[in-house]
Design a protein around this ligand. Sequence first.
Ligand code: DGT
Ligand code: CA
Ligand code: CA
Ligand code: ZN
Length: 575
Amino acid sequence: MKNADVARTFREIADLLEIKGEQVFRVNSYRRVARSVADLATDIADVAARGELAGLPGVGKASAAKIQEYLDTGQIAARQQLAQEMPESLLQLLEIQGLGPKKATLLWREVGVTSLEDLKNAITAGKLDTLKGFGKKSIDRIRAGIDFLARGAGRTRLGVAWPIAEELRETIILWPGVKRVEHAGSLRRGRETVGDLDLLCLADDGERIVKRFTELPMVQRVLAAGSTKGSVQIEDARGRPLQVDLRVVPEDSFGAAWQYFTGSKEHNVRLRERAVRRGWSLNEYGLSDGDTILASRTEQDIYAALELPWIPPELREDRGEFELDAVPPDLLTLDHIRGDIHMHTTASDGRCSIAEMVAAAKLCGYEYVCITEHSQASIIANGLEPDRLARHAAQVREIAKQTKGIAVWIGAEVDILADGRLDYADDVLAGLDFVVASVHSGMSKDRDANTRRTLAAIRNPFVNLIAHPTGRMIGKREAMPLDIEAVARQAARTGTALEINASTFRLDLKDTHARLARDLGALIGINTDAHHIDQLDQMRFGVWTARRAGLLKSDVLNTRSAREVRRFVKKKRKS
Ligand code: DGT
Ligand code: CA
Ligand code: CA
Ligand code: ZN
């Protein structure tokens, strides 16, 4: 599908036009097209073939022609034209958190900055110090943003990587001679970002499979091609390079290879030590005693020979997994999840209606769903004032009445204000079924200030869950410093849940924090924070993170029945 490429091209045109100083409505019309195409569930080429491009929301005749042009030629002349008028590398600047097109224009026109590298040098040389609109604080933020980008460079978010890996697996499995294709590496372990993708393929004729792999249409560069291994570079949905390694192995060493290439390296080192202590050796071909192979066909065989239970990939990080006598049978799985308690609709900044979100949640097989719009302080997110909330709540209740087979709750994602007060009065909160509270602005460098603010919210009898507790945006914004232990203890004491936000931009709490919070007695809620029906299936990534934290079914609020969750709310209100 070319949808993501088309959307990206339109987004770039919008960004470049805005940097150029084009009128807002023109810029926005390109953004609208980008969004419309990105939201499309069907292949844009099919829509074009049916002659229905101009019927998409926000897509007029002119935009339809441009989409068609992209599908025919792989580019849009208007985009190429803009690249003649200004350096394309300006687009890099927009990756910095808090740096928009207006600031990019100033940097370009006034200081001659055209790339991240330029910007870094300009800051060091003090060239921004006298520039209008750039205070000391904002310069510090930009510098931090550049450093952050540099550190995340080369890693790809799980949410971007996983669909690509799945597409590859589904493609390769169909090739003649291929008996099995599996994910390995950090993707299989469910890490929040991956350095590259690792795929393992069971087949005899490695040379032929590797050749076909390097000839895939999505391949941009072939890095290596041999008789058992191929490495290629592809482009992810955001146009960034991503490396994919494919290894082809025969049946009798498949388990050993899968174990080896799943890693982590740290886990493998410990496992190999265990083998060596017994006088054996372990590598990607098998566990051996001299020339005798002891185990190699399955991962289970290898772990069993080393007197270990089969360790789930998410736990293979050398974080205590070797001390397990048995893998807990109730380690969390996606099947355990019975509801999603944090999501948005068009009432605030979501993109689907209440009815659409509810229907989609029902398709997920859930017993309950809770709609939680932003509160009034979140102006950019179109947060609701109390009277709009009241009208919206009435609509949700009406839909709840009409909907069979799933309980529909009205909640809110209420802002935790800078002083720890909440953005709605208690009597407003009391009218809701479930209250999610979160920090959206004024995150401080001061750990105590952030912690005090969060603890104050947790003390409120109507707050049931703290959403994305550290506020990090993976690859974009650092977590705010927070005393997780204090927060977890208070959450445990008061009967308040802490979230693993399953959005792959966030995954917050992260794995290590979630483990710590659970160990201190806090209950965890895993929610998607979906702004579109397509995002409800990000639940899988939240569950992955929870598994990496070693969470059991009983550690997670939304593995409980609707009645138990309601009781959870009631209990805190009574206390
Ligand atoms: P990534 O790609 O940086 O997100 O992380 P991984 O874990 O996918 O690392 P990658 O792609 O370099 O290698 C895949 C797996 O192969 C890794 O998890 C363990 C195994 N592996 C690679 N190199 C070594 C090594 O030098 N020693 C050991 N014991 N295992 C290795
Ligand atoms: Ca990898
Ligand atoms: Ca690799
Ligand atoms: Zn939210």
